[in-house]
Design a protein. Structure first.
Lengths: 257, 158
């Protein structure tokens, strides 16, 4: 990201921050659904911690999106008053938690992407994106390590845990390509040196995830990619998630603790 | 440093972290700066340890309260993300105070992972991590295999 050709257009930055911010917000909500349901106390606390970090990252990104947009929308109005078609998160993060293997494989895939992306966003031509990434990358490393430990433990564990981890990899791999998708917005922001080239991120992702899956004795099947989230074309799961997340705020707009 | 700034700084520096009573915002390296303008208005700059630290609102309130008590009714607290907080920003007394609270402090160097931790209760090195994530974002959970006590570790963040 050394040859900045121009400053990124505000509208492009807004859209990009919504993508990253919605990823964090939606996955944070998914993880919070585990609270009180994990297999032991330590993991319950761990999942809540992951959710909390992601919520903080979402707040930073959505606040910044609202600020550049300049139409008076703050983090709360962006989180609670947009409908599913206006959400820009990837399909991966809105997938239901399924079993614990599904949740951990999803988190490995997502956090490996976050680490690779945020490390490079540190050099963004946009100072706020770089600052937000500076916090997030430290957190994402902990998340990635945690998810990788579990995926190895499940994959190389019992016959049953292997079967479940393997099913999770097969189910979620088709949704990974979307993380590295290069559409017109990404191309413009790459040329503005605001964001890194997705090719570099996917290369690092492949190296890390392949090594983890190998250690976990899990195969990586060839799959066809599915996408649409960045354009607001979501799976049916997002609507249900938003209904729960937004209900209280929409019913009682001025409620406070 | 003008006189007002000195006492404003002292008031803010004495504020404890809401989740780690016994450690001040200054000990934790969360306090970045305290400025007083010509009209006597105070601007305090804090930095969060983790993006999702839920204690930020409580910190803001506690800082404003301490400043009011010190005679600075007009004050503002802002948060900055740069440079990002790391455990290298912990103050000189932080580790000692953590030990006093029964929390194993992070190492001093830049090694990302401690091989083992000393039990803050009995001093044994026969300890193990039970979870990388603890009761707050900045801590992990450990157990001592000698005395059997569980304890918390303030995680290294680089």
């Amino acid at each position: 990201m050394s040859s900045a050709s121009a400053v990124a257009a505000p509208a492009d930055l807004v859209e990009y921050c919504l993508r990253l911010g919605d990823d964090c917000l939606v996955l944070s909500h998914r993880l919070s659904e585990w609270t009180g349901h994990a297999h032991d106390f330590e993991e319950d606390v761990a999942l809540a911690n992951l959710a909390l970090d992601l919520l903080g990252q979402a707040r930073n990104l959505l606040s910044y999106a609202g600020e550049i947009e300049g139409r008076g929308r703050d983090e709360d109005s962006l989180a609670y008053w947009r409908d599913d078609r206006d959400f820009r998160n990837c399909l991966l993060v809105e997938q239901p938690n399924g079993d614990f293997a599904m949740t951990m494989v999803r988190h490995l895939f997502f956090s490996a992407h976050q680490v690779a992306l945020h490390q490079r966003l540190l050099g963004s031509s946009d100072a706020t994106l770089a600052a937000v990434a500076g916090k997030a990358v430290k957190e994402a490393r902990y998340h990635r390590d945690h998810a990788a430990l579990w995926v190895v433990r499940l994959g190389a564990g019992t016959e049953e845990s292997h079967r479940r981890a393997s099913a999770a990899v097969t189910a979620l791999l088709p949704l990974v390509g979307e993380l590295f998708e290069e559409d017109a917005l990404v191309q413009r922001l790459v040329s503005n040196a605001a964001i890194p080239d997705p090719g570099q991120i996917s290369a690092e992702w492949n190296t890390y995830v392949d090594a983890t899956l190998r250690e976990a004795t899990l195969d990586r099947p060839q799959v066809a990619s599915r996408s649409g989230g960045r354009r607001g074309l979501h799976s049916e799961h997002l609507g249900h998630l938003l209904a729960e997340m937004q209900h209280l705020h929409r019913s009682h707009p001025d409620a406070s603790w | 440093m003008p006189l007002g700034e000195h006492s404003a700084r002292a008031a803010v520096a004495s504020v404890c972290d809401p989740e780690l009573p016994g450690l001040t915002l200054e000990d934790l390296g969360v306090l970045r700066s305290v400025e007083v303008d010509a009209a006597g208005a105070v601007l305090v700059l804090l930095t969060p340890t983790y993006s999702g630290c839920p204690a930020l609102d409580a910190m803001r309130e506690d800082v404003l309260k301490a400043l009011r008590a010190a005679g600075f009714p007009r004050a503002k607290v802002e948060f900055t993300l740069t440079p990002p907080w790391s455990t290298s920003m912990l103050g000189p007394r932080a580790r000692e105070r953590m030990r006093a609270l029964g929390i194993a402090p992070p190492g001093v160097g830049s090694t990302p992972i401690s091989i083992t931790l000393k039990c803050p209760n009995c001093g044994s090195l026969r300890t193990e991590e039970t979870s990388r994530f603890g009761t707050t974002s900045c801590k992990s959970l450990w157990r001592c295999r000698s005395c059997g006590e569980p304890f918390e570790h303030f995680k290294a963040l680089h």
